[in-house]
Design a protein around this ligand. Structure first.
Ligand SMILES: *[C@@H]1O[C@H](CO)[C@@H](O)[C@H](O)[C@H]1NC(C)=O
Ligand SMILES: *[C@@H]1O[C@H](CO)[C@@H](O)[C@H](O)[C@H]1NC(C)=O
Length: 148
């Protein structure tokens, strides 16, 4: 019995860590206007945590949502045009004025020049392995940009 109760507290800790370890879209801010054909920076934050984790992959994609972000069902339903797929290596920065930022990586991406104007869902899929058990976690993040 004691074994099971400590197992349950371990599970509770693991669940809390998953929430605490969730990545965030640090930039662009919600509703940022970006011209089709131009470059923009996507900053993905990975708040530091005591629980070890191993990064696997990141996908960043853009989907036209003509009548606002509520007309898109989220990145787990539809990603649209993939702008980046590959490794994710969040790091602390050492440049003056940026040392208070959480570990993060910046991606410089381009809005395709033919991309439909209006609201677009910037969707992120983040895959990593958590803790010593290497539990696989897939999370999706999203924000809205306005393509002009
Ligand atoms: C999109 O992001 C917002 C803010 O982070 C979140 O509340 C919402 O649940 C997300 N929507 C989907 C469909 O993932
Ligand atoms: C990433 O971008 C943010 C926001 O533009 C900036 O503050 C930060 O210094 C950048 N980090 C790196 C490693 O260039």
């Amino acid at each position: 019995m004691r074994f099971f109760s400590s197992l349950f507290s371990l599970l509770a800790i693991a669940t809390t860590s998953v929430i605490a370890q969730s990545a965030n879209i640090g930039a662009p801010a919600d509703m940022t206007q970006i011209a089709a054909g131009s470059d923009f920076t996507v900053m993905i934050d990975r708040p530091d945590s005591l629980t070890s984790s191993t990064e696997v992959a990141l996908v960043i994609a853009l989907l036209n949502c003509p009548s606002g972000s509520s007309s898109c069902l989220g990145p787990s339903a539809n990603l649209g045009t993939v702008l980046y797929t590959g490794p994710f290596d969040p790091q602390f920065t050492t440049e003056p004025g940026t040392t208070n930022l959480p570990p993060h990586e910046n991606f410089t991406l381009t809005v395709p020049s033919t991309f439909a104007k209006g609201n677009a869902q910037l969707g992120v899929v983040h895959v990593y392995l958590l803790g010593l058990a290497l539990t696989h976690i897939l999370e999706t993040l999203n924000t809205t940009i306005v393509v002009t």
